[in-house]
Structures are given as structure tokens and as C-alpha cells.
Write a protein that binds this ligand. Structure first.
Ligand code: SF4
Ligand code: SF4
Length: 223
């Protein structure tokens, strides 16, 4: 008889984090290739690779899929960073984001360190890794509508396909018309809180996942 496993044991035994990390890394590489191809064709500069400005991009409202929260949770677990203080910070941050209109949110990310570096860089969310800007960093910091950036259509489609495949592997049925995604701090917190539960599937399913329409509307209001 199969032993009852926690989420952490399940994803370890089934190599799910490793599989996700490989898929995410490939998606990051595809974004880089795509952004460089556009830059070459349109003779635009790859500004992010040499940007030394304050990272306005890391103060934005970041929406991620649950699987992206899971791989970050795994990194935090393995590096001893899953502490009660971190979970409290994640919760406070998520509640503040919920109470703030998307367009008004401009706060440095919890995972940005004092030197403006991402502390979960290898497994940073797709939203972050797919952002390539061809215009001045000043425009990013001014939150200008004139920022010119790469549009990662194929990479977003791949990330959405990966979400479907992830739910299949976890045997997580999707509520009709709902998406397993949310704001970055909440997705990481949900994954951490599910990590040691043997009833993780029931726990995850009963959460209040957003409708496709709600997220489409939220994203369209994002800066
Ligand atoms: S998105 Fe803007 S602020 Fe962020 S690294 Fe690129 S140029 Fe700099
Ligand atoms: S996860 Fe990393 S790259 Fe993304 S916003 Fe936070 S610090 Fe920036």
C-alpha cells in the first residue's frame, strides 16, 4: 500500500520540483532568446542586462502560478529560510497587496536584498524572468506608459501549459473556470503551509482561487 505523503515528501519522491525547475529554466532561456531576437531585428538595446538603476521592476505587482510558489518554497526550505518571521512577512505582504489597488502597488519585493539582487534568482517567477526592457530605466522608475518591453507570448503559453501539467501530476482538479495562481507572497505562503500536510490536495482545492475573468481584469489594471 502506498504511504500517505506530505506535499514535501510527494514532490521530493516524484522529482516534481526538479522537473518544474528544469521547465522554468528552459522558459527563462526561451524568453532570453526571444527578447534578443526582437532586439536584433528592431535594433533595440537589451537595457536590463546592464541596468544599475533602482529595480523598479522588483517593486511591481507580481502574479505567479502556484507551481512557481512551490519551487520558491522548496528553495526556502532547503536553504533554511522558511522561518516563522518569513511566513509572517509573506502574510502581511499578501494582505497589504490585497488591500491596495494593483496600479498603486510599488513596494520592493520581499525577495529583493539590500544590494538590489533577487535572492531566489534561479527560480524567480516567470513574470520576472520574462521582463526585458528596451527603453531607459528612468521610464521604469517613473512608471511611464512609454516603457518598451518584450512580449513573451510563446513563453506565457508554455507557462500556462506547465500549470496544467503540474496539476495533473499533483492530481489537483481545477475548480471550473478557476486558475491556480495569485500574488507572489501568497503563492509562496500557500506552498509553505501545504508542505507538511498529508491532506495538501484538499487544502489546496478549498482555497479561494480566482476566476479567469477576475485575473484578466486585475492584470489589465496593472501598471
Ligand atoms: S525592467 Fe527597468 S528597472 Fe528593471 S532591470 Fe530592466 S531596465 Fe532596470
Ligand atoms: S522574485 Fe526576484 S526578480 Fe521577482 S520581483 Fe522579487 S526580487 Fe524581483
Amino acid at each position: 500500500m502506498q504511504a500517505i505523503r506530505t506535499l514535501g515528501q510527494f514532490v521530493e519522491d516524484e522529482q516534481i520540483v526538479r522537473w518544474l525547475a528544469e521547465q522554468i529554466a528552459q522558459n527563462h532561456r526561451d524568453s532570453d532568446t526571444g527578447a534578443r531576437a526582437v532586439a536584433k531585428k528592431a535594433r533595440l538595446p537589451m537595457v536590463c542586462s546592464t541596468c544599475t538603476a533602482t529595480k523598479a521592476c522588483c517593486s511591481s505587482y507580481v502574479i505567479v502560478r502556484l507551481y512557481e510558489g512551490l519551487v520558491i518554497a522548496d528553495t526556502l526550505k532547503r536553504t533554511g529560510r522558511d522561518t516563522p518571521e518569513l511566513r509572517a512577512d509573506l502574510r502581511t505582504r499578501a494582505e497589504r497587496m490585497d488591500a491596495t489597488p494593483v496600479a498603486d502597488w510599488f513596494t520592493p519585493c520581499l525577495f529583493l536584498d539590500g544590494a538590489e539582487r533577487c535572492t531566489v534568482y534561479a527560480v524567480r517567477p516567470t513574470t520576472c524572468a520574462q521582463l526585458y526592457v528596451y527603453s531607459s530605466p528612468d521610464l521604469c522608475n517613473a512608471r511611464s506608459p512609454n516603457v518598451i518591453s518584450y512580449t513573451p507570448r510563446a513563453e506565457v503559453a508554455h507557462a500556462n501549459e506547465l500549470e496544467e501539467a503540474f496539476r495533473e501530476r499533483l492530481s489537483l482538479r481545477k475548480k471550473v473556470g478557476r486558475r491556480y495562481l495569485g500574488i507572489l507572497p501568497r503563492m509562496v505562503l500557500v506552498a509553505l503551509e501545504a508542505w507538511d500536510r498529508t491532506d495538501f490536495r484538499d487544502y489546496l482545492r478549498q482555497l479561494d482561487w480566482p476566476t479567469e475573468e477576475a485575473w484578466a481584469a486585475a492584470v489589465s489594471r496593472a501598471p
